[in-house]
Design a protein around this ligand. Structure first.
Ligand code: FAD
Ligand code: ZN
Length: 466
């Protein structure tokens, strides 16, 4: 029996895609940086089927590329150009297996779309707090495989912090069934954390026990204009002091990013009368229905009295809140309309962010006069998407050909501040060759040793991360 027939015997003939048109959506990614080819796309619907597919890959030495919602930004989910790899799509593995309200846990399969996970939690009068702009199409398996961040990390941590147990298909097809609901368990190594953030290179995540939280009964959202990132940091400190655990989102937006949104976004307008050099989207949430609006008002008043902020608007309705959020979420989209963009997803000690922003602006514009810095991101986590738009009227291809050079300049500053060159998007293909220059050599050795142990034949997402 040939390989395709054997895959079909496991997942069903209809779920082994081989025609170019059927495979096309799985072979390119959102930024169009990577395109691949594949022998086929296999879409199993159960852990047992995943296990069968992986065992067959191990037996035949076939490399496989796990894929969830295909929203990853570093090319981790795209096969190489050989046409010999298979794409293992997890999207049919999408059931809610169990809800345990006393334990505050939910067991979901890897292919469930993040927005659906949030809905299932909501239906149970709970909150699943992971939230990112791609939530309508990314999957929880992809979120865990990349240890996704998003806009509520400051309050709840990143994806790995929201997990109690994991079910993983190993490179030989065996199933590591660790769907534990335990909040305390010190029986040796915590293996689940090996797979989270490993971008499909150590195992295939098929299900997870997720932590649930109390539902939000009050949400206060403010859009704030301020003079500089130092003031934003002071506001962050003040918010922590005055709002404590209610602080859920603290997003920094540069004037240029905001101008792009106002210029290109449909149906958008600034909630503030004047233009400011920087903006903050601040959200407080609470499981208590009452008292939060007073906290927000007191906070903004104190910040204004202390000269940290220039102006602020508080969302009065749900529509207004959504409008504020759109101003933040449109940034990546509208940036495309300004031509080429060189991306940086970096993190720094929070206190170093203002200095970092100044240094980057000066060094990048010195190397490339007219380059437009468009920084924005999760200041509360020290995570800045320090993107660079091409000079106005420049040739896009010529600009993009300097991607590596500009990366190097920015990453040198990141490294000098003991930061990270990949805060939340991962390594994938995009940053693989940069890793050795920034990672501690001992850490890199350990990573290679783990890869060899868990995937001795090198069939799991080869060429990604390492
Ligand atoms: P995919 O893109 O399909 O895969 C991503 C990686 O995980 C690949 O290496 C793949 O091989 C591996 N993988 C997928 N599923 C599995 C599995 N079940 N088992 C093992 N490996 C697997 N990311 C953030 O962190 N924060 C953000 O705020 C954010 N915003 C975004 C906004 C937009 C508009 C877009 C397009 C992307 C954004 N991302 C963000 C990046 C992306 O959404 C996340 O990386 C997401 O977690 C990927 O999920 P996915 O299901 O699409 O995974
Ligand atoms: Zn982000």
């Amino acid at each position: 029996m040939n390989l395709l027939t054997r895959f079909a015997a496991i997942a069903g003939e209809a779920h082994v895609l081989t025609r170019d048109a059927d495979m096309a959506p799985y072979l390119s990614e959102p930024r169009d940086l990577y395109k691949g080819r594949a022998l086929c796309v296999v879409r199993p619907a159960s852990t047992q089927e995943v296990s069968g597919v992986v065992a067959l890959c191990a037996e035949t030495g076939t490399s496989l590329v796990p894929q969830g919602g295909n929203t990853g930004l570093v090319g981790g989910q795209t096969p190489d150009a050989s046409g010999h790899e298979i794409v293992l799509s997890l999207t049919r593995l999408n059931r809610l297996r169990e809800l345990d309200l006393a334990s505050n846990t939910m067991i979901v399969e890897a292919g469930m779309v993040l927005a659906k996970v949030q809905e299932e939690a909501e239906r149970a009068d709970r909150l699943f707090p992971l939230s990112l702009a791609a939530e309508g199409s990314c999957t929880i398996g992809g979120n865990l495989a990349t240890n996704a961040g998003g806009t509520a990390v400051i309050a709840y941590g990143s994806a790995r912090d929201l997990v109690l147990g994991l079910e993983v298909v190993l490179a030989d097809g065996r199933v590591l069934s660790d769907l534990s609901k335990l909040r305390k368990d010190n029986t040796g190594y915590d293996l689940k954390h090996l797979f989270m953030g490993s971008e499909g290179t150590l195992g295939i995540i098929t299900a997870a026990v997720l932590k649930l939280f109390p539902k939000r009964r009050a949400i206060e959202t403010a859009f704030i204009g301020l003079a500089n990132p130092e003031n934003a940091l002071d506001l962050l400190k003040l918010t922590r002091a005055m709002a404590g655990p209610a602080l859920t989102t603290f997003e920094l937006i540069s004037a240029r990013a905001f101008d792009f949104v106002l210029h290109h976004g449909e149906d958008v307008r600034s909630p503030l009368q004047d233009r400011h050099a920087w903006y903050v989207l601040l959200e407080l949430t609470s499981p208590n229905a009452h008292g939060l609006s007073e906290v927000m008002l007191a906070l903004l008043e104190a910040a204004s009295t202390q000269g940290m902020i220039e102006n602020a608007a508080i969302a009065a309705t749900l529509d207004q809140r959504q409008d504020f959020w759109r101003l933040r979420e449109l940034i990546p989209e509208v940036q495309k309309r300004e031509g080429g963009s060189i991306k940086h997803d970096v993190s720094l000690p929070i206190s170093a962010v203002p200095t970092f922003l100044k240094e980057v602006e000066s060094v990048v514009t010195a190397a490339m006069p007219g380059a437009r810095l468009v920084p924005f991101g999760h200041l509360g986590d020290g995570n800045i998407h320090c993107n660079v738009s091409q000079p106005e009227g420049a040739d896009k291809e010529a600009f993009l050909s300097r991607w590596a050079e500009i990366n190097e300049i920015v990453h040198a500053i990141v490294t000098a501040h003991h930061g990270s060159i990949s805060a939340e998007h991962g390594i994938g293909q995009l940053k693989r060759d940069l890793l050795p220059s920034v990672k501690d050599p001992v850490a890199l050795d350990l990573m290679r040793a783990l890869k060899k142990t868990l995937d001795p034949k090198g069939i799991l997402n080869p060429g990604k991360v390492l």
